[in-house]
Write a protein that binds this ligand. Structure first.
Ligand code: LMR
Length: 403
């Protein structure tokens, strides 16, 4: 029956991470997957999360089904974190927010919704974008196109080309934007560029679909969400996929949220209903544990403060590793390749290393980056950063290895 099923080529991120786990070398370094590792190379278990977890264990509550749309306290807390507790759209009941299976689950539920209710709309993603965006959207039946974004010559943004491309899209097109810490390039729009782009989305009657998987890893929780709030203020039809995988270090608990900002509360109720239907038809309802952890932290002032301060030190540690790379590579690689460690933001740096150089880093030095040259800076620490700098200097010096 299944003789014609082809082999799976593997996923450029998750399969590579599995290869890393199998690599027997003791000095190997994982800079592939977007996960935050601490100074000791471990995934943190945040102290506020541990406190809620201990109280959940004690309570030993029964494990019934959650409602299809998810845990009520979690949904409210997730919405407040994205939009700000007192945002007008939130107070007016104009935002439909649901609990989803991580940020990916939010993307899929929204994609199913768009495919069903706006069947003529196509989606535009940045060139490049997170490797799984195209997979999820095409899997849901959407047509996926790209708009210009990254400039390999400068390691920065092609903002004029991006704005011009978006300015020529058909009405009701969906534009996928990254709120902060762009994945994979680490190149974000600044405030002035957002202020220029938002009226274009508005005037062209486009739908903004913002992916915010890294809130808190750029400049801060509110700063990173500023573009989302400005889009909502401007009245642009808005979908937001958000995630607690990274900022709560709860990857495996699959804690995400999907929010759709509507014109009024009545529209929001109808959209909520159809999104609920999309959840039922995918996986019925989300799991309880992670939702209780997040809601427990965010609803308690002391735990929330502890979480925010731990997150701030994670953000700082990433910045200091960026500084170490920048410093270490001085005189070893050209300035364009070096400057990006401090000009790009968040967990990722698009190193500018070629596929051949990335392969040499893996094969000869046990250092894992994505084939695209994306490096997860959050995998660096004081112990391995010097080793990584020397290995990059070695492979970057040998131009013959470039493809
Ligand atoms: C990444 O980009 O590495 C992360 O978002 C993990 C994933 O699922 O791809």
């Amino acid at each position: 029956m299944f003789e014609n099923v082809p082999a799976y080529a593997g996923d450029p991120i998750l399969s590579l991470n599995e290869d890393f786990q199998r690599d027997p070398r003791t000095d190997k370094v994982n800079l592939s997957i977007g996960m935050y590792f601490d100074e000791a190379g471990r995934l943190p278990v945040m102290s506020a999360v541990q406190a809620v977890e201990a109280s959940l264990l004690e309570a030993a509550a029964p494990r019934g089904y959650l409602p299809m749309a998810g845990h009520a306290g979690y949904r409210d807390a997730a919405q407040a974190l994205v939009f700000g507790a007192n945002h007008e759209a939130r107070l007016a009941g104009r935002i439909a927010t649901l609990q989803t299976l991580g940020g990916s689950g939010a993307l899929k539920v929204a994609a199913d919704f768009l495919h069903r209710h706006l069947p003529a709309s196509q989606i535009w993603i940045s060139d490049p974008s997170w490797e799984n965006h195209r997979v999820v959207f095409e899997g849901a039946g959407l047509t996926v196109n790209t708009y210009p974004y990254y400039d390999p010559q400068t390691g920065g943004l092609r903002f004029d080309a991006m704005r011009a491309a978006i300015d020529s899209l058909p009405e009701r097109s969906v534009v996928l934007l990254h709120a902060c810490c762009h994945n994979p390039t680490g190149v974000d729009l600044d405030r002035a560029q957002w202020a220029e782009l938002i009226p274009v989305l508005q005037r062209r009657k486009l739908i903004a679909f913002v992916d915010m998987a890294y809130q808190g890893f750029g400049d801060g929780l509110d700063e990173d969400a500023a573009c989302v709030r400005s889009l909502a203020d401007a009245g642009v039809p808005l979908i937001v996929a958000s995630s607690f995988s990274k900022n709560f270090s709860l990857y495996g608990e699959r804690c995400g949220a999907l929010s759709v900002v509507c014109r009024d509360a009545d529209e929001a109720q109808r959209v909520l209903g159809q999104l609920t239907f999309a959840i039922r038809s995918n996986y019925s309802n989300p799991p309880t544990h992670g939702a209780k952890l997040v809601a427990g932290v965010l609803s308690n002032a002391a735990l929330r403060a502890a979480w925010e301060s731990e997150l701030a030190s994670m953000r700082q540690r990433i910045k200091s590793m960026r500084g170490r790379m920048h410093e270490g590579l001085a005189g070893l690689v050209d300035d364009v390749m070096r400057e990006r460690y401090t000009s790009q933001v968040g967990m990722f740096t698009y190193t500018g290393l070629s596929e051949g150089q990335v392969e040499r880093l893996r094969a000869e030095h046990g250092i894992y980056l994505l084939r695209s040259g994306r490096m997860c800076v959050a995998g660096l620490n004081q112990q391995n950063v010097g080793y990584v700098v020397s290995a990059i200097a070695l492979v970057a010096a040998n131009r013959d290895a470039q493809k």
